[in-house]
Structure formats: C-alpha cells, structure tokens
Design a protein around this ligand. Structure first.
Ligand code: SF4
Length: 208
C-alpha cells in the first residue's frame, strides 16, 4: 500500500467513510495480491466474483496453492457445477470481486447477468473486498451508471461470448434481448455493518 499521494483522492475516501465503507490505495495489482495473501487466513473460505482484474492477478491460483477453499464459478465445467459454485460463494468468510464503477460521492455500481455477484457483495460473506482500478472512478453517479451500461456491459458481454446488441453497437441500446447481460444493476449506497466492505483502489488502468 505505497500509493503515491497524487493518486489518493481524499474526498472520495471521506465520502466512502461516511457510508461505512473502507478505502485502501495500492500502486499496482501485485501489491493488492500480497495484501490478500497476508490478510486472509489459509483456512478461510473465499468466494470470487468473475473479474478480468482478478484474473490478471492470478489470485485464485495463489489461494488454491496454499490450501484455501475457493468458490469461483469459472472453475466449474458444467452448468450444474457453475451453479453450485455460485451458490456456495454466497456464504463464504471472504468474497472478492471487482465493480463496474465507483463515483466520487462514494457509490458503487455493478451490472450482473444472473445476480450471484451482486448478491454476494450485498449480503452473505462476512468480509467483502472490491478491487477497482482508477479508470473506473467517475465524477458523478450518473457517469458511473453510464460507465456500467455503455462501457462495462458491452465488454463483459463480448468476454462471455454473448451477443446482445451493445456488442455490435459499442454502447447500450436498452435492449430486451435473450442475451441481455445487465439483468441486474446494483448501486451500493452504504453499509450497515462497518468494516464489512473494503474498496481497494489501484493506480493502474485494468479491467472493465
Ligand atoms: S440493456 Fe442490452 S444493450 Fe444495454 S447494456 Fe444491457 S445487454 Fe447491452
């Protein structure tokens, strides 16, 4: 956690604090990975939200190598396995995910296809960590929603090899498609339990 001072946004930090959300600042993903490996016990159960950022960190591999029980839907090879992994991740000691956007007033926006990720972030796991690269910080809440629908959703759909109209259009066209990837749009406004949710902001531009 040696984030350079110019990167740290004190106003954003203060706005999150008022909403009972902890903020930590990191220079790069490697530091975030080291933080997790030092903070989370080897006997803990860990749920993982599908995220390009976490994949880049090879975090799941590191947890599995040292003996943690990890529920990551991308480890499943059949629909039944994937469904079971999603359900088990809902009651873990720790849940780690990313988010699609955060606004400077301290709101967190996520889009979700089936809802497992926003469900776990919202309630269930004892502690939740969201790894967020600096390109996902927006000045306003409206811009955060805009980012989630017009940037994150098309890219997530493409990654999942799905074809809602935004993949071709490069922006949301408010579809009602069977391939719709944003069936749930969630905004976290704050926390009931102080210390449950930590946002880890990274001074890198990764993920979507
Ligand atoms: S509503 Fe449809 S077009 Fe808009 S982001 Fe969602 S899936 Fe894409």
């Amino acid at each position: 956690m040696r984030a350079n001072k110019s990167f740290i946004n004190k106003e954003l930090e203060s706005n999150f604090k008022n909403r009972k959300i902890i903020v930590k600042w990191f220079d790069n993903l490697q530091e975030v990975k080291s933080y997790f490996l030092s903070q989370i016990p080897t006997e803990a159960t860990i749920g993982i939200g599908n995220s390009q950022t976490l994949k880049l960190m090879k975090l799941v591999e590191a947890f599995l190598d040292r003996g943690n029980t990890v529920y990551d839907k991308t480890l499943g090879s059949t629909l039944e396995e994937i469904k079971a992994l999603k359900r088990k991740a809902l009651l873990t000691d720790y849940y780690i995910s990313s988010a699609n956007a955060i606004s400077e007033d301290g709101r967190i926006v996520n889009i979700d296809h089936s809802g497992n990720r926003v469900a776990a972030i919202t309630y269930g796991p004892e502690k939740v960590f969201l790894v967020i690269s600096k390109n996902k910080i927006t000045a306003t809440y409206d811009e955060a929603l805009n980012r989630a629908r017009n940037i994150a959703a098309p890219l997530n759909a493409k990654r999942a090899k799905m074809s809602p109209p935004c993949v071709e259009a490069g922006k949301c066209v408010d579809c009602i498609s069977p391939e719709r990837v944003c069936n749930i749009i969630s905004t976290i406004e704050g926390q009931y339990i102080e210390g449950r949710l930590t946002v880890l902001i990274v001074d890198e531009e990764v993920g979507f």
